[in-house]
Structure formats: structure tokens, C-alpha cells
Design a protein around this ligand. Sequence first.
Ligand code: DP6
Length: 366
Amino acid sequence: MSLDYTNQKFVLDTSDHPQGSVTWRSPSNLAIVKYWGKHGRQLPRNPSISLTLDTAHTTTTLHYQRREQVSSDGISLDLMFEGVPAPAFAERIRRYLESIGNIYPFLRQLHLTIHSENSFPHSSGIASSASSMSALALCLCSLERHFFDSLADEQEFLTKASYLARLASGSAARSVYPFMSAWGRHGDISGSSDEFAVPYTDALHPSFKTMRNAILIVSSGTKAVSSSAGHQLMETHPYAATRYIQAGQRMSQLLPALQHGDWDLFGQITENEALTLHALMMASNPSYLLMKPQSLQLIDAIRSFRADTGLPVYFSLDAGPNLHVLYPDEHADKIESFLEAECIPVCENGVWIADKAGEGPKEILE
Ligand code: DP6
């Protein structure tokens, strides 16, 4: 069954002249089983599951005031990213807000000003669409709640925020929940859906709720392939059909490991998923090679350290050259000494971010 959030009743009365703001801080996330390939209106070709981060987040404030004249030219928006106007980002958001006009018709009655900032360094190569789009979606749900007294139920609120975040960027759907979150229909996760993500927290072994994630910055340059272009490549990819089946099977293997605290199996799947994503990009037409020599050097160093010490430390990658190193909290001292000695010197300007599993988004009240 498909959700229908279309609602022509979400309009402000002529006598209403609201003015105010809402602020949400929302984290980035790291996919363990990767979403790579989409169809229709932002629907995933396969299920995915991710770790919700903590340190890497976006804070978005949405200011609103009644527009005197509602014109047919759609959304009235100003957007500042880290204190300065960001025309390209503003255009993307304006198009997104227009695209959800049948869900939130009241948006056209307002003038909106968005201030958005990231906790991580500008162009650190960390994907910011998950954190920024989820923060915006949460702000929109807060507006709905405020104007129309709806979404009082927390679960309903988060389901809708995840749905709206997905329409802006697929991976953003997963950022609204603490610790881990799954998006895309999968037989082993009851209530899972292609339209919104669900939390994967109750079944999660405690050692994964305190998981550390060191982000090693290999290159802060912009990505050679945007995610949208990457998803598009899958439409004609020779391995696509097999890949989608594999992703579902890996979910089935991973879930018991997450429940039982099986770090070995978690690590095997995590590393293989990261390399599969890159292998898919390398075998695409056109082909993309997003890892750098330093990415491979770091992978080698992590695998050797693991073989020598037997410690559970594993890597993942997004669609870029930076490494995410994952390990249990209880081994953080030893593993971070190794990172400091052998990995950080390989990073661009020695930059890394000490992140960990996070508790999910927070509304910031004045
Ligand atoms: C490699 O969510 O950025 O990070 O839906 O087009 O906005 P759009 O794509 P996006 O893709 C993320 C791809 C990935 C894997 C993942 O996060 O699952």
C-alpha cells in the first residue's frame, strides 16, 4: 500500500499572518548496505541500511512569514548556506519545495528564508545531502504540526519527515532515526517500505549503538560523479539485476549479525558493500574511479592492522575517496592510536573527523 500525503486542506486562512521560525539539527549517515540505483519518484532499486552519525550534521533554520501576494510563480525563498547566499543550492531547494506543493500547498502562501550550516568542514568530501535534506524535511513537518495541529504522534511525524526527506534525496530518508535505519522493502524488516525509512534500533546489539566512525579525509575535492548521475548509470549497468538481488541477500545476512553483535560478519559485509559500490562505478559506462592511491593505502593499513592484532576494525566508503573506519567503542584507545600513527599522516592535511553512532535529529528550541 502506498502512502498518499496529498492534502489540499493544508492552506492558511486569509486571516492568518504567521511569522516565526523552526530549527532542526540532523545528522549525516553512512550506508552499510548501499542504495545505488533508483526509479520513479525517488524509489530505491534495493533496500539499504545505514549508521546514523553524530558529529557530522546540518543545522537548518526555516523562517517563515505570510506573503502579501501569492503569485503563481511558486515558492518565495531566500537561502543562506553558512552565512552566505548559495544560489545553486537555493534553486535545488526551490524546485523541491515546488514539487511537494500538493502535500504542503501552504508553502506558496509564505515567504521562506532558510539558514543552513554543516558541522563538518566545507567541502570535506562528506555527503551533506542526507543531513541537510533531512533537517529541512523535519522543519517542514514542524510547520505542519504548528499550523494544523497534526502529526502529534511521534512515529507519524518521523515517518512523514522520512518520506519528505526521501523526495529530496534518497539517503536523507534514513537520517531521521537514531543509531541505524533501513530504507526499502525487505521481508526481514516488518513495516519496511520503499517510500520511507524505518528505525532499526530495538533489535540492534548494544555494541553497535556505541560504534565509532573515524572519517579519514583523503581528498576534500568535489565528487567526479554526482549521486544522481551515479544512480542513473545503474539503469543500463550490465550487473544491475544481480546487484539488486545481492543487496537484498546481504540485508538478510547482516540483520542477524547486527542483532547478535557479530562484528566479524558485520565487517565482512560492510567492506564488501563499499568495494562493490566502487566496483559498480568502475564497471559503469562511463566508468568512474573515485578512490585515490591513499584510499588503497589506508585500506591496506587497516587490513594489516586487523590481521596483526585481531581487533575488529573495518572500513567503508561513500561515493568518494574518503574512508570511514568502524570499530567498537571498547577498542577505541588502541585503534585510535593506530589511526594516529599510521592513517592520519596519509590524510589530506592530516584531517579526520571522530564520529560515532548518533541519537538522531533534534529540534532546537529557542
Ligand atoms: C553512495 O541519496 O545522495 O551514499 O537520492 O539522488 O539524492 P539521491 O542520491 P543519494 O545517494 C546516496 C548513495 C550512497 C549510498 C547510500 O547512502 O546508501
